[in-house]
Design a protein around this ligand. Structure first.
Ligand SMILES: C[S@@+](CC[C@H](N)C(=O)[O-])C[C@H]1O[C@@H](n2cnc3c(N)ncnc32)[C@H](O)[C@@H]1O
Length: 293
């Protein structure tokens, strides 16, 4: 970035151009997100302050952000934030950046709980592999009476999820538990009416082809689903019946081409009375909802 006097607009235009030349995805949006973060403002502020001169300190912080973005780091890890379900979340390289399509999972749970759940059944709900806490927090906000248990095998992820729950005023409604899948739940635990999960489901071949911004920055244990991408999914389908109550539901995200294999696994299992596949906003089969016998 040349040494000269900069205003917000001039800087945004320069960075957009620079990002375009260097093949950074969504160049204008990235420039705006990074600049707004350096100024501790939202993007609207930039539009209302195009002529605002930049101070030396701000410029140097912004230069550092641009350098990180150019190296491939996702904007969300640079700013440390990502919205999910219109809620603010902190994110770090310890957790997957929550994706918009995962909101379909939240919608499916809400729909099931509000319209299909046997009225005699009560909560709790488990969010297995909570990561940043995105799903558990969205559900806690939508279902004020629900008891929610958020599980992850990663302690740093759980700590971040707990902070995010506090940030969104639902920390008292969610219990956080470090467990490898369901191993932390003894047979004496209360059964769950819903287990919702966005498990690692990327196959080995797909992993090698992921954009570097995902492959080199997001946590591998959050993505890697083994050779065919179905290792965690198989284990969940096998183990979840032990923690689900009768007529309770497993609501699980899956990869774009996994619906057929996942449906076959559900059919082969003796534990489910029905199941369906729900599409995401792009029309891709994305979520399994399986009801236990
Ligand atoms: C795809 S990420 C989902 C994160 C978050 N729920 C979301 O949707 O943004 C998968 C999560 O599962 C966790 N995980 C992976 N293997 C696990 C296991 N065996 N037991 C519990 N959690 C696990 C990872 O640490 C990661 O946080």
């Amino acid at each position: 970035m040349p040494e000269e006097s900069w205003t917000v607009l001039k800087l945004l235009d320069w960075t957009t151009d620079y990002f375009k030349k260097n093949n950074v995805a969504e160049p204008r949006a990235s420039a705006e997100v990074l600049l707004a973060n350096v100024l501790s403002q939202d993007r609207l502020f930039l539009y209302l302050n195009f002529d605002r001169p930049m101070e030396a300190q701000e410029l140097s912080a912004y230069r550092a952000s641009i350098k990180r973005r150019l190296a491939g780091e996702p904007s969300q890890y640079i700013t440390g934030t990502q919205e999910f379900w219109s809620l603010p979340l902190r994110v770090s390289p310890d957790v997957l950046i929550p994706r918009p399509e995962t909101e379909v999972l939240v919608e499916a749970v809400l729909d099931f709980v509000r319209h299909e759940l046997d009225s005699e059944l009560n909560y709790p709900i488990m969010d297995l592999g909570t990561g940043s806490g995105a799903i558990a927090i969205a559900l806690a906000r939508e279902l004020p009476e629900a008891e929610i248990v958020a599980v992850d095998v990663s302690m740093p992820a759980l700590k971040l999820a707990q902070n995010n729950a506090h940030l969104n005023q639902v920390d008292r409604k969610i219990h956080f538990l470090c467990s490898d899948m369901f191993s932390g739940f003894s047979p004496g635990w209360q059964k769950f009416t819903v287990v919702v999960t966005n498990p690692p489901y990327v196959s080995q071949a797909e992993f090698a082809e992921l954009p570097p911004e995902i492959r080199d920055y997001e946590p591998r244990h959050a993505l890697d689903g083994g050779v065919d991408g179905l290792s965690a999914i198989r284990r969940i389908l096998r183990e979840v019946p032990a923690v689900l109550c009768r007529k309770g539901a497993l609501v699980m995200e899956m990869g774009a081409d996994q619906a057929e294999s996942v449906s076959a696994l559900v059919r082969d299992s003796q534990h489910y009375q029905s199941h369906r596949i729900i599409k995401d906003y792009s029309g891709i089969d994305r979520v399994l909802l399986a009801v236990k016998k």
